[in-house]
Ligand binder design. Structure first.
Ligand code: BGC
Ligand code: CA
Length: 354
């Protein structure tokens, strides 16, 4: 792998023993000129968010910012995090990547707008020898494997679907009388899907339902539509469905918590005796509050903290020239997978404390 050459004070940058004597004077001069240990010598991380207006993504970014400050005080070295908002435009993100590279960033963390745009970014990063960590929006395997300096930090979308479906299956088994409102032995549901083409929308939608049917429960899909991860869009969709199906909806699956909260907004607007059972994914702070008050039956932790931790540890290891596999648990040399965890009222305390 071609890596960017940089003047550096870290022991890992020392030349081989035989060349040390001849280079020492030159290096001493360079270090004086560059002010080694000063700002220029610190780690620069360029991070692009597909949009800062996404609750889950902004939580990852906040965690990352906190960890940068922590790592700075622990290592005593300057770490600069350049955070940019791609405002849901891939062309904007491309400009931001160029700017990060021009500024001499040592590592890039990219939350793609368009998952199919990864190859161009990989080529730009490889040309500069700057390692690249994609997160949350997963490029196809061929793009990840294009260069060995490319990593992906995320969570297995299929697992989140299975866990979400598992929550519904458990609820059905524990209290079928209540859940099967019309008593026909079939679970009538609606599905609020995330952005089309996103791995988490496709796989959560498929595997949440599969977990229920694999558990031997017959289901009937009343409606399934995208609300683009968005609370207001989900509220509008749910309001339409409530008009159309009324109390016929027994379960509302939402591919993320913001959309589950949108469904709750719509239900709160039209007073009714009983609410359908609602499940989300992410375990964001407002979703945990909704679980606490019984509006949201359950969610699945999408570990924003763990994902930020993995990015930070990878970035530090790559910068220090260390083997990344010693800093994080790497699968196939490129992937860091964080586990999902189901959350209901029963284990809520653990997550509130965290
Ligand atoms: C999260 C969503 C978020 C999306 C953004 C998903 O993993 O569950 O809440 O909107 O990523 O890419
Ligand atoms: Ca039913």
């Amino acid at each position: 792998m071609r890596r960017k050459t940089r003047s550096c004070c870290s022991p890992s940058c020392r030349p081989p023993a035989g060349r040390r004597g001849s280079l020492s004077l030159l290096l001493a001069g360079l270090l004086l000129l560059s002010g080694c240990g000063g700002k220029e010598e610190g780690l620069r991380i360029g991070t692009a968010l597909y949009t800062k207006d996404d609750t889950f993504i902004s939580t990852v970014a906040q965690n990352l910012e906190g960890m940068v400050r922590e790592a700075e005080s622990e290592t005593g070295r300057q770490i600069t995090l350049f955070l940019s908002d791609s405002e849901s435009r891939q062309s904007t993100q491309m400009d931001q990547v160029d700017r990060f590279l021009n500024r001499g960033c040592d590592v890039l963390c990219i939350n793609l707008v368009d998952r199919t745009a990864a190859a161009v970014i990989v080529d730009k990063a490889e040309a500069e020898g700057v390692p690249l960590i994609f997160f949350n929006r997963q490029p196809v395997a061929e793009d990840i494997q294009r260069w060995d300096g490319v990593y992906y930090v995320g969570a297995d979308a299929r697992e989140s679907g299975e866990l979400q479906g598992g929550l519904v299956l458990d609820a059905w088994r524990a209290d079928r009388e209540t859940l099967d409102r019309n008593g026909d032995g079939v679970l009538q549901y609606v599905m609020l899907e995330g952005e089309p083409g996103h791995q988490d929308s496709l796989l959560r939608t498929e595997y949440a339902v599969k977990a229920v049917t694999d558990g031997g429960v017959e289901v009937e899909k009343l409606a399934s539509e995208t609300a683009n991860w968005n609370r207001a869009q989900a509220a509008a969709r749910t309001a339409q469905w409530l008009e159309e199906f009324g109390d016929g909806i027994e379960v509302i699956f939402a591919n993320n918590d913001d959309m589950a909260l949108g469904a709750i907004d719509a239900l709160a607007d039209t007073p009714r005796d009983r609410w359908p059972l609602i499940v989300g994914v992410d375990a964001t702070a407002p979703a945990l509050e909704a679980v606490a008050v019984g509006q949201l039956y359950g969610t699945v932790l999408n570990d924003s903290r763990g994902q930020a931790r993995a990015m930070m540890d990878l970035a530090l290891a790559l910068w220090n020239g260390e083997d990344p596999a010693r800093a994080v648990e790497l699968t196939d040399g490129h992937y860091v997978w964080l586990p999902y965890r189901p959350v209901t009222l029963e284990n809520l305390e653990e997550f509130l404390e965290a």
